[in-house]
Design a protein around this ligand. Sequence first.
Ligand SMILES: [Zn+2]
Length: 231
Amino acid sequence: MEVTAGLHWVDSIWDTKVYILLEDERVVLIDAATPGRAGAIWRYLATLGYPPEAVTDIWLTHADIDHMGSAAALQARTGAKLVTHQADVPLVEGRAERPLGPGAGGRALQPLFNWALGHVFRYQPAKVDAAVSDGDRLGDWLVVHVPGHTPGSVCFYHPERGIAIVGDALNYKLGRLGAPPKLFTVDMAQAWASIQKIAALAFDVCCFGHGPPLREGASQRIRAWANARLS
Ligand SMILES: [Zn+2]
């Protein structure tokens, strides 16, 4: 489904959103779903008239299994440049454990979660080509660091076009905006500060990691929601 001109959402992947960005110079995949999802991405890309080899970049909003799971497979087929915030690079490369939330539930589930990444999801680590930081530019897109859910969560923001791709820093389910779930959020206070940071940007279109996009007045709506929650 086309969200806005040149930006598509691979709608056959229902659980996590993978976006395809078509620009003059490049074809970008934004996020990589769970493992085993490369085929669905290639099939969608084919409907747009592009072979896998056309993909030049893969940008990750953050290093969760449902956002980076197929990154190694996508990279192997395309040779595309894998871009991640520097704080999430060890997670993408399989050199660190993804900590759950600091509450009792997170501590209790951590061993099971670690086991599931290797044995159920069978995560294949990927090699990051470009570790980015807050304020870096990817062409006309700005990297906005929005930590909290993971240390290296980012929003990809296009100020001129008014588009924000926020990963799991925010979600939009059943018509309601939401903060990332506590169990899977390393620092909830930081996550709320990041929501405020997103709310201070100006954009019409917001693409979430989970839930359909908002296509009109998105930043105003997020600002109103965040202010009401925090007041
Ligand atoms: Zn996540």
